[in-house]
Design a binder for this molecule. Structure first.
Ligand SMILES: Nc1ncnc2c1ncn2[C@@H]1O[C@H](COP(=O)(O)OP(=O)(O)OP(=O)(O)O)[C@@H](O)[C@H]1O
Ligand SMILES: [Mg+2]
Length: 399
């Protein structure tokens, strides 16, 4: 909330700076046009308008603020045609939109209505603008009317768009996160409570029922414990993300440990580990065991028994700045639909929440992996085809 207030204040200050500088620049135009009669002024004005965009951008003094501004400034004439876009607006909406109607770049009925309102009432209006195409975007829009550096016409419409997308997304992410954590904890808690009530109630003297329910309660308690452990390690990794681990770690030993952890389950698969000699990377032993253990765990959970799971290593293919290794884990499991691939490293994101929960997943595994890999200054690459399998590669810096 404080950030939002601060940014609103910053937005207002930016507008004031722009308008003040606009006044200064406009004063220059006024001085030049003073001596000319009305007809000449109109002709000149046309000329000025034609050269204004480049003129302003290339002039180090005039363009200084507008060129540096990350926010979007759009100037419209009284017909709502675009007369000027500052460089960031040009980048966003395209140079070719100059001269076109505002609705060609922002087809939002509320915005168009508010522009009409500003024109009729001659008062500044600000509004929230949310776009869903091509992706979620959120702006605060200030609609002002009056002459500016671009036009002597008092009906000139000035649109100032302040981009709040990242902040709104972060707020939404935070509340989604709390909702997700609560939901994930509530489910096992409700089931433990239900069983306890049964044992304490009508099954009080029923040792058979108690024998049946206690292991289920233990399993649910384990699930809660794992979730809390994952959440704690996620927040710890986030805090440490800027500190790159520097130890010399042998990948062969890492995969020996990973194999030990999953030994029993891997017996059900055609498992091949091609990392049979020493390969040294820069990192932290436990963290790397954790990353690869998570990836093998996924291959096991999302593949049928008897299918193959393979680990291999190649020389990095230039994904990292320095020399690197590319370590890949491939399976012949259910695969990940293309539209989900870019999202599966988000916290709690699961392609099929029901299936994942059945196999004991909470959707935090890959989020933890991603953060750990970032901490190692590495990269994660996911390739998958539904029904064929998944290959997840980790690029790590060579020691
Ligand atoms: N090898 C894989 N094959 C098919 N789907 C996968 C694979 N790896 C991950 N996924 C999909 O990506 C989702 C997210 O994976 P992630 O490891 O983050 O969570 P999880 O395995 O569900 O739970 P957790 O790792 O917390 O126990 C999974 O729920 C699954 O839908
Ligand atoms: Mg997982």
């Amino acid at each position: 909330m404080m950030t939002l207030l601060f940014l609103s204040l910053a937005a207002i200050i930016s507008i004031v700076v722009i308008l003040v500088s606009a006044k200064f620049i406009k004063a220059g135009f006024d001085a030049r046009s003073e001596v000319r009669d009305q007809k000449q002024t109109e002709n000149l004005y046309q000329e000025v308008q034609d050269i204004t965009n480049e003129d302003i951008e290339e002039d180090p003094q005039k363009g200084a603020i507008l060129n540096q501004l990350d926010d979007y400034l759009i100037i419209l004439d009284k017909y709502k045609n675009i007369k000027y876009l500052n460089p960031s607006a040009k980048n966003k909406f395209g140079k070719e939109s100059l001269g076109k109607h505002i609705a060609t770049i922002l087809r939002v009925p509320d915005l168009l209505q508010n522009i009409d309102l500003v024109v009729n009432k001659r008062k500044t209006i600000n509004m929230d603008l949310e776009l869903s195409q091509p992706s979620f975007q959120f702006f605060k829009v200030y609609i002002m009317i009056g002459e500016s550096i671009f036009s002597d016409d008092p009906d000139t419409i000035n649109l100032f768009l302040k981009d709040y997308t990242e902040i709104v997304k972060a707020q939404k992410f935070k509340s989604d996160f709390v909702a997700n954590v609560s939901h994930e904890l509530k489910t096992p808690l409700v089931s433990i409570k239900g069983f306890l009530e049964t044992i304490n109630g009508h099954a009080k003297n029923d040792p058979e029922a108690q024998k049946k329910f206690i292991p289920i309660m233990l399993e649910q308690a384990d699930r809660m414990e794992n979730l809390i452990k994952d959440l704690l390690s996620l927040s710890k990794i986030e805090l440490e993300e800027h500190i790159q681990p520097q130890d010399k770690v042998n990948l062969k030993e890492i995969f020996n440990s990973v194999e030990d952890i999953h030994q029993n389950k891997l017996l059900n698969f055609k498992f091949t580990n091609k990392i049979q000699s020493d390969f040294f990377v820069k990192g932290n032993f436990e963290a790397l065991v954790d990353i690869f253990s998570n990836l093998i765990d996924n291959s096991i959970k999302y593949s049928e028994n008897k299918k193959s799971i393979e680990i291999k290593i190649e020389k990095g293919d230039g994904k990292l700045l320095n020399n690197s290794y590319k370590i890949s884990i491939s399976d012949q499991g259910i695969g990940i639909p293309a539209e989900h691939i870019s999202r599966i490293t988000e916290r709690f994101y699961r392609v099929d929440a029901k299936k994942s929960r059945e196999v004991g997943g909470t959707g935090l595994g890959l989020a933890i992996c991603r953060h750990r890999i970032i901490q190692h200054r590495g990269e994660l690459e996911i390739k998958s085809k539904v029904g064929e399998g998944t290959q997840i590669s980790v690029h790590l810096p060579v020691f």
